[in-house]
Design a protein around this ligand. Structure first.
Ligand code: NAD
Length: 690
């Protein structure tokens, strides 16, 4: 009995030791690394002493320990539990709100005044950033010299050494600090994105903050499980070994981002890279660097608040030359998100330095509306999928295939809604007082300004010249405003983004275009529009719609709206894209467990999900001895110096293991034993032909 008790106490001591290590790792900031080094051996030593002491006790002494333990047990549990809860879920360092960049030329803000024009392009001040809603100057962000990219990578690499040794709990702590900050400061974060891109507050909340929060939630909950070593099967030749895939920190990851979602495009790669134990160097778009500087500062501050080097997340600001320097700068992996044209250049440059690259490129996502679907409901989802962020989404719905039987009700559902949509400058921080988003229009600006407006218009007019019909919109907002005012279109100058523009020239009227068809030379069915255009393509049969969809060079996402589940599954299976949502739009991105990526001109490789997270690691195959004392031993015929029977031995061995005939196997076994046991055994002529 007393021995049983002794063993029980020893087992508890073992568990306590393991718990002490876990709790200590959870509660100790990494900056206290020296204390970690002192305390852990001390705690382990203490428990070891206690174990030795227990073994040395007499029966009588043990009885005293047993009785007092029973008394203390209840009190111990009551005391220990709150301590454990505090240690595990206790205080994370709060992140104080960081000073926000303020628009420099407040006089110009809101009206695109002369101040914006005169200051733009002053190279001594760095990169000029404009309020995409109004064309006014926001300020200048210092450009990173091309040589500075290598320095940023080197600093990130130095910081990553200690980060690679952190526990998942330490990484989760940084994520918890960030999620708290995102929630408490979301108004400011959203407002910055609005200033930089001209989107509405609703579009920013849905496209920037929501997926970022979901990504952090997923990483907190499932990230560690995704990166835990994974046991794999072994073959018959290696049955005495264990096989494991380990996901080791990779080093420094580079990320090159587009302008459409500056907040998410910074947080998305940074969160995955950091959680996987790597550092990251981010190059935001030169058209969204104003807000990106702040977003990167938030991540750096969260790292610093938790005692880690902020250089784990570095920012480099610039145009293509800076991006190019990052591709060839020696990062261990590169995530490129942007256009197909630039993606091709990046792939070529990455091949030169053998840098692994993930390409997340453009899209031309289809939505199929079948004749059995609930049309008004499907139309409401399609509208969000088309007009979210003024259509400037890689996974925005760009082609709506409507079965001819429901074409009229579909158009009846969408046309009045689109006709009622408004475009006007978003009421972001520093531009207007009042509740964020309360005064926004439905559709924001085209971030790339008058060039984008002109490009969208050209695609629509070209389609019209080939037989398409405009049901709503179909004009630059400036032209519409001029017509309404009865004046000329003086607001629609197209002198390039970066100049101050009258706001109307930055917007395009929300448009419905129907009778669009493949094979009639309409560029709008082939090219990415990236604008607020609902393009309707009527179809009759499923085979026809699948053929039309798959004729596109792009293959990012797709939606299928269909009541018949079997038909929906068949359509989804036949569509060649990286992601498909049946009876929904883009919801796959709110399942952060899923990989994100496309095929063809939409790129290759995956971010997000288990695949994306593991893609930020060095996936390493490791084998170990399965049983103590059983190790690999080279059979004598295969040892150097060989005796001439090596080949015959291996040949018999392969036949023994892989031949399907048991009679042959017995013969192989006989020969193998013979070769092993008798030096003068004559092997069969296994290669008689020669
Ligand atoms: P872009 O290709 O013009 O620029 C993307 C980034 O590449 C920018 O930061 C730019 O400075 C940089 N760059 C330019 N030249 C470079 C070079 N030679 N080497 C390295 N970097 C270089 O794209 P954009 O106009 O900013 O973004 C819009 C495009 O992005 C659209 O096609 C859209 O579909 C795509 N996009 C794709 C995804 C996705 O996940 N698949 C997400 C968002 C946007």
């Amino acid at each position: 009995m007393s021995n049983l008790f002794r063993r029980l106490l020893l087992a508890i001591a073992g568990v306590l030791e393991a718990a002490a290590r876990e709790l200590h790792a959870a509660a100790t900031p990494a900056s206290d690394a020296a204390a970690t080094g002192r305390l852990l051996p001390w705690a382990a030593g203490f428990i070891k002493e206690a174990q030795d002491w227990l073994w040395g006790l007499s029966q009588g002494q043990l009885a005293v320990v047993m009785i007092s333990t029973s008394f203390c047990g209840l009190i111990g549990v009551v005391l220990f539990m709150p301590l454990a809860v505090v240690a595990l879920f206790g205080d994370d360092p709060p992140l104080e709100p960081l000073p926000l960049p303020q628009p420099r030329d407040t006089a110009a803000a809101g009206n695109g005044g002369a101040g914006g024009v005169s200051r733009f392009g002053d190279p001594s001040n760095g990169l000029a950033c404009m309020n995409a809603s109004t064309g006014a100057l926001l300020g200048y962000v210092p450009l990173t010299p091309v040589a500075g990219v290598a320095q940023a990578i080197a600093a990130a690499r130095a910081a990553q050494v200690s980060w690679a040794a952190t526990t998942f709990e330490q990484r989760r702590q940084v994520l918890r600090v960030l999620i708290a900050y995102l929630l408490s400061e979301q108004d400011d974060l959203v407002a910055l994105s609005m200033l930089d891109t001209g989107k509405t507050a609703l579009d920013a909340a849905l496209g920037e903050v929501l997926p970022t929060l979901e990504k952090i939630r997923w990483l907190l909950r499932e990230g560690e499980a995704a990166l835990r070593p994974e046991r794999r099967s072994t073959g018959p030749m290696s049955a005495h070994r264990t096989a494991t895939v380990e996901f080791a920190p990779l080093g420094v990851i580079g990320a090159i981002a587009p302008w459409n979602y500056p907040l998410h495009n910074v947080f998305n790669p940074a969160l995955a890279a950091l959680f996987a134990g790597s550092a990251i160097v981010i190059k935001p778009s030169e058209h969204a660097s104003w807000s990106a500087v702040h977003y990167v500062n938030v991540i750096r501050s969260a790292l610093a608040a938790c005692g880690h080097p902020p250089d784990l997340c570095r920012l480099v600001v610039g145009r293509g030359d800076v991006g190019s320097a990052l591709v060839g700068g020696g990062v261990d992996k590169l995530f490129f998100t942007g256009s197909t044209a630039v993606g091709r250049k990046v792939a070529r440059a990455a091949a030169e330095s053998l840098t692994p690259v993930v390409l997340e490129l453009g899209g031309k996502d289809p939505a199929v509306v079948c004749d059995d679907t609930d049309v008004p409901w499907a139309a409401s989802i399609v509208l969000r999928g088309v007009f979210q962020n003024a259509g400037q989404n890689c996974i925005g719905i760009e082609r709506v295939y409507v079965q001819r039987a429901v074409l009229a009700p579909f158009l009846a559902a969408v046309v009045p809604v689109v006709a009622a949509m408004t475009t006007r400058p978003a009421a972001a921080m520093g531009v207007a007082e009042g509740a964020l988003g309360a005064d926004d229009g439905d559709v924001g600006a085209l971030t790339m300004g008058p060039e984008a407006v002109a490009r969208v218009d050209a695609l629509i007019q070209q389609a019209v010249s080939c037989g398409a019909r405009v049901l709503v919109g179909g004009r630059p907002a400036a032209a519409a405003a001029a017509t309404a005012a009865g004046g000329d279109d003086s607001a629609g100058g197209s002198s390039g983004r970066g100049r101050a523009h009258a706001p109307a020239s930055l917007y395009y009227e929300p448009t419905v275009l129907t009778d669009v068809a493949h094979g009639r030379g309409m560029q709008i069915v082939e090219e990415e529009v990236f604008g607020p255009v609902l393009t309707v393509i009527p179809f009759d049969t499923d085979a026809e719609v699948v053929g039309a969809i798959n004729s596109s060079a792009f293959g990012l996402g797709a939606s299928v709206f269909c009541r018949n589940a079997c038909r929906a599954d068949a359509l989804a299976a036949a569509i060649r894209t990286g992601m498909v949502n049946i009876n929904d739009f883009a919801v796959n991105y709110l399942c952060q467990s899923l990989p994100f990526g496309g095929v063809g001109a939409s790129g290759y490789g995956r971010f997000a999900g288990v695949e994306g997270l593991r893609g930020c690691t060095l996936e390493r195959a490791v084998t170990r001895q399965r049983w103590w004392g059983v190790r690999t031993s080279i059979p004598p015929p295969m040892r150097f110096p060989t005796r001439g029977t090596g080949y015959a031995f291996v040949s018999e061995l392969m036949a023994l293991v892989y031949d399907t005939s048991y009679i042959s196997k017995m013969d192989n076994a006989r020969h193998l034993l013979g070769m092993l046991l008798f030096k003068r055994w004559r092997p069969r002529a296994v290669a008689g032909k020669w």
